[in-house]
Design a protein around this ligand. Sequence first.
Ligand code: HEM
Length: 389
Amino acid sequence: MSQDPELAEEPEPVGFGRRRVLGLVAGGAATAGAGLGAGAAALVQNEQSPEPQRPGRAWETVRGTGPGQPGIAEAPPAHLRLLAFDLEPAAAKAALTAWTNLAAELAAGQADLGLAPAALTVTAGLGQSLFAKLGRPVPGQLTMPSFAGDRLEEQRGGGDVLLQVCAEDPMVVAFAAEKLRRVPGTRLRWQQSGFRPTAAASVNPAATARNLMGQLDGTANPAPGSGLFDSAVWAQPSGTTFLVYRRIRMLLGTWHDTPPAVRERVIGRRLTDGAPLTGKAESDPPELNRRDAGGEYVIAADAHIRLANPGVNRGARMLRRGYSYDDGPEDAGLVFLAFQADPRTAFVPVQERLAASDALNRFTVHTGSGVYLVPPASGTCVGAAVLGL
Ligand code: HEM
């Protein structure tokens, strides 16, 4: 296999251990596997070119090596586009096949447009409306109750199919979205962009990324490759998982007008370094039972990390892989994305508890929602097995 030693020695980008493959691929029509040979040719050209050095991830082709789709266990790249579609039932199989092929082509790089792979992943999820439309039993995991305080907007949620497009380069995401949108028999229902800090702009690219409230967000996630991750994320058949999407507006004016000590109380962690209020370092486990001299909980009774903690939610765990969004004045916040084995025992009970009493609720409004079955990676037509296509 032609893997360039220089690329292989690139420092590991942000975060946790991932299953990924490095390689350069030329030619949009190549499948990811077949394209690695062609990549060697592209690499020679680039080695000879006087172009300035690019960060390693711009060159990566990402492929999941396990049964799950890419775009779940890998460290999230800097840019996100969610595309939700409604399908004509008769076109469902052709559309899912087209998206499967496009996902492999796009991951190989859009050489026709002069674009490197940029760590692009396309991850497809199936909504309950698609099962209903095709006369298939709707999996129980796809039923989402409404929660106290929800202010959901119809045009910002649901959809037969959700495509999660992630890449290090916004041009790569935009061109990919354009191609994915042109599949016949499909109608774009809504889309949402998001972003995270880039490695290039981070003082410490290995650090947990901050959200638009300035908090370190993602600290207590299960680590990919661990048993905890596997049991939290993967369902049967092997490689299946469920994605919960929430578009959460942050009331940033109110947040920034609130004194820092109160903001820290709301979450239960320090703003500067993400350490729990009972600890010294970000990685210290929160001590939920510790009380101060006055007998009050150090991590408040309504602090976000207390109410979301697996210990008070029957062990509920999920992989949060969210992005920030900024859609203009008074509309910025969190594109909450969480992968889990079963939302009925993870997102739903946690969100019920948060909706009832989270101190963070004063500063947030949930405006969009969706839950999708993310089928295993497929050679030819993603979701064909579970949809009986
Ligand atoms: C704008 C809304 C939200 C913000 C700003 C936010 C922010 C945070 C922050 C700063 C942490 C602590 C650091 C970390 O472990 O990542 C955290 C933890 C967590 N959040 Fe959120 N969160 C939001 C919404 C949600 C929602 C909707 C859920 C799920 C229903 C959720 C579930 C969790 C979980 C499970 C943890 C880890 C708790 C632990 O084990 O300590 N969060 N969140």
